[in-house]
Design a protein around this ligand. Structure first.
Ligand code: HEC
Ligand code: HEC
Ligand code: HEC
Length: 161
């Protein structure tokens, strides 16, 4: 009898702890998840869950292929990502890299990830440059300090066409 009671009490306590954990995990997920701006079109270049997990490898791989082998494909090009993922909001403003409202920064700010990509690459589509007052001049202060040669600059201008 004493044994039976002990065994069951243990089960009840375990169930209660499990319930508590489940609720607190749910509450946390709702409260702290970052708000990621929605992409243009029906779907991404790969399934969304794959993109969430693997976009960094794709982009890095793509960069190495371009830089080292001169291979350039449209599918995983950074400006294509930006073309679908960075748009005007309802007030006609375009979020800049670093703002919580910028697609890449929405998650990265939340997760504490730092990327240097937008010191060189455009953080918004070409046709939106110059729209809205958040826009800074094309040549920003950080850009000026970068060691970037004429050819690279030309290549970048081509990329953002
Ligand atoms: C110092 C400047 C600089 C930085 C920083 C930089 N890139 Fe690039 N990137 C370039 C240049 C120059 C090219 C070559 C452009 C070309 O030949 O198309 C390039 C090409 C690429 C390409 C292939 C072409 C394209 O349009 O997508 C990808 C992808 C890319 N970079 C991703 C990244 C990512 C991701 C980061 C951050 C982790 C990054 N780059 C940081 C200068 C830079
Ligand atoms: C043709 C438009 C298009 C292109 C190009 C595109 N995406 Fe997407 N992307 C989408 C759509 C649509 C979704 C799914 C809906 C959503 O959550 O925004 C998505 C989802 C994502 C997600 C998951 C977002 C989330 O809410 O968790 C990531 C990360 C992502 N894309 C990164 C990229 C990167 C990196 C590139 C470039 C290599 C890229 N996308 C190119 C349209 C695009
Ligand atoms: C759905 C959330 C989400 C979105 C949207 C997102 N990222 Fe990420 N990204 C992450 C997370 C989380 C990591 C860190 C992964 C890790 O450390 O394992 C990361 C890492 C990276 C890295 C590698 C950084 C490093 O230090 O190695 C690059 C490069 C990168 N992201 C580029 C981008 C670009 C460019 C965009 C916008 C086109 C973007 N990401 C949008 C969540 C996101």
């Amino acid at each position: 009898m004493v044994l039976w009671f002990r065994k069951n009490l243990q089960n009840i306590m375990l169930a209660a702890i499990a319930m508590l954990l489940a609720t607190s995990v749910n509450v946390n997920a709702e409260v702290v998840a970052p708000v990621v701006p929605k992409g243009k079109g029906e779907q991404c270049v790969e399934p969304t869950d794959v993109m969430r997990k693997n976009h960094m490898e794709m982009l890095k791989h793509q960069r190495d292929e371009t830089m080292h082998n001169g291979i350039r494909t449209k599918k995983h090009a950074l400006k294509e990502c930006i073309a679908c993922h960075v748009q005007e909001d309802e007030k006609g403003q375009v979020a800049r890299f670093g703002d919580d409202g910028h697609f890449c920064s929405s998650c990265h700010n939340y997760a504490g990830v730092n990327v240097d990509c937008f010191q060189c690459h455009a953080d918004r589509p070409q046709e939106l440059i110059g729209k809205g007052h958040k826009i800074k001049p094309h040549h920003t202060a950080d850009f000026k300090d970068k060691a970037i040669n004429k050819e690279a600059l030309q290549a970048l201008t081509e990329v953002s066409k």
